[in-house]
Design a protein around this ligand. Structure first.
Ligand SMILES: Cc1ncc(COP(=O)(O)O)c(C=O)c1O
Length: 433
């Protein structure tokens, strides 16, 4: 086995320098099991951040179905195979009935890229509304639709057909929970973009949004915002994409899909991450009408998307979510975590806000409660200190002052206690500000 030092050296030599590693002291992880990861010295870590390993790291039923199918056949979708059609049927059963057509892809970025193509083709326009701080992927088109990137370090300003609205953040956003019509205020920004397009006689194409903003900082949208925004866009002839890449597959606990908890129904849904439990599997699901208009003579071919192995894995993940009641677990453990974190918030001024749904939670750290200055370096230090104590979490948000908690869905009450107690003890013992 290569040493940590050697791997670092080889990585510096051969791997793209723009790919960062987590933590000041990088981890050399060699094994995963359930909600635990193990480093090269056998140290065990509680993984409270890896939402891709949805049903648990290396779930034996997932690895078995991958192994069994790959022993028999793996090829592209130009041949008939039962896995792709049965999986599509099973997936569609979890979605509203107007969403009837699947496209299989290999990453969340690819799904959002294709979703933008579908919307642009349907509306014959490229005008896209995005939310400040949003991330939708690393392809050229999704980077353009990701303020998290184009407004971040090394980014360029937005393309002229990308229109950005302020992050609907009731805690530290432009309009806050103490203003009565907060949803209306944020919606006015959508309306004003639509008005200015109308004045120029131009057509809106698409509004793309997550139902809880992940990279934006685990932001729960103000009540009714997403439903009203989607309604306003549709009235203007636009298409609504729900990016479920981070939060789909039961993670929000109350529902299988995040958009359901916002009482809205999108025209296109994109999914990935959890879908293959680490295997590169993702999808776009849309209406027959949108898919039909896309079928204009140009073929949609994908070398890997929808192959028999990926679909076998996807089917097994769906089965496990149901069999092990993981959505219910996310609901119960999520509530327990929110309560426990709110309890310790009373003791620690640094914690400004505790929020989230199911097992998709955020702790926003601030330096003082009056100016609400973001506690960025403190958040970074806490994440590194928690790692030293065997718990893996990370930061996000435009100021990177939000601690993210989004563990595998098999997270238990004992795991929640360990996380809360370790954080509490750390904040008692160490002065961060
Ligand atoms: C909301 C959202 N959409 C899309 C993506 C891109 O997914 P992928 O990394 O699988 O390309 C991400 C990745 O973090 C994401 O958070």
């Amino acid at each position: 086995m290569l040493s940590l030092k050697k791997i670092k050296e080889l990585r510096d030599q051969f791997i793209s320098p723009s790919l960062s590693v987590a933590y000041k002291d990088p981890l050399y992880i060699v094994k995963g099991e359930g909600q635990y990861l193990y480093n090269s010295n056998g140290k065990k870590y509680l993984d409270a951040i890896n939402n891709i390993s949805h049903v648990g790291h290396c779930h034996p039923e997932v690895t078995k179905s991958l192994h069994e199918q790959s022993k028999t056949l793996n090829t592209n979708t130009r041949y008939l195979h039962e896995n792709i059609v049965i999986y599509a049927q099973e997936l569609l059963r979890t979605l509203p009935s107007h969403l009837q057509t699947c496209f299989f892809t290999n990453s969340g970025s690819e799904s959002n890229d294709l979703a933008l193509r579908l919307a642009r083709n349907y509306t014959n326009s490229k005008h896209t509304i995005v939310i400040e701080g949003a991330y939708h992927g690393h392809t050229a088109a999704t980077m353009e639709a990701s303020p998290y990137k184009y407004n971040g370090q090394g980014g360029n300003s937005a393309a002229k057909y990308i229109h950005q609205i302020p992050m609907p953040d009731a805690y530290r956003g432009r309009y806050r929970e103490n203003s009565a019509d907060i949803t209306e205020y944020y919606i006015k920004h959508v309306e004003s973009i639509l008005d200015s397009l109308k004045k120029k006689d131009e057509q809106i194409s698409v509004f793309i949004s997550e139902s809880i903003l992940g990279c934006g900082g685990q932001i729960i949208l103000p009540e009714g915002f997403l439903a009203l925004a989607n309604k306003t866009i549709k009235k203007a002839g636009g298409i609504c994409i729900a990016d479920e890449v981070q939060i789909g597959f039961g993670r929000v606990g109350s529902h299988f899909w995040g958009f359901e908890s916002e009482n809205t129904v999108p025209d296109i849904i994109t999914m990935g991450k959890a879908m293959g439990n680490g295997h590169p599997l993702s999808a776009v699901v849309t209406t027959k009408e949108i898919a039909q208009k896309f079928n204009n003579g140009m073929e949609y071919f994908n070398s890997f998307g929808g192959n028999p192995v990926s679909c076998a894995v996807g089917r097994t993940v769906l089965e496990i979510i149901e069999k092990e009641k993981l959505q219910e677990n996310a609901y119960l453990i999520g509530k327990y975590l929110i309560k426990g974190l709110n309890d310790i918030k009373k003791r620690h001024n640094l914690i400004g806000d505790v929020r989230g749904r199911g097992l998709f939670l955020g702790l926003e750290l601030i330096r003082d409660h009056e100016r609400m200055a973001p506690a960025c370096s403190e958040a970074d230090q806490i994440v590194n200190d928690m790692k030293e104590r065997g718990i893996l979490i990370s930061t996000d948000g435009t100021d990177r002052n939000v601690i993210k908690i989004k563990p595998p869905m098999v997270f238990t009450k004992d795991n929640a206690d360990q996380l809360i107690d370790t954080l509490d003890q750390l904040l008692i013992k160490k002065k961060y500000n």
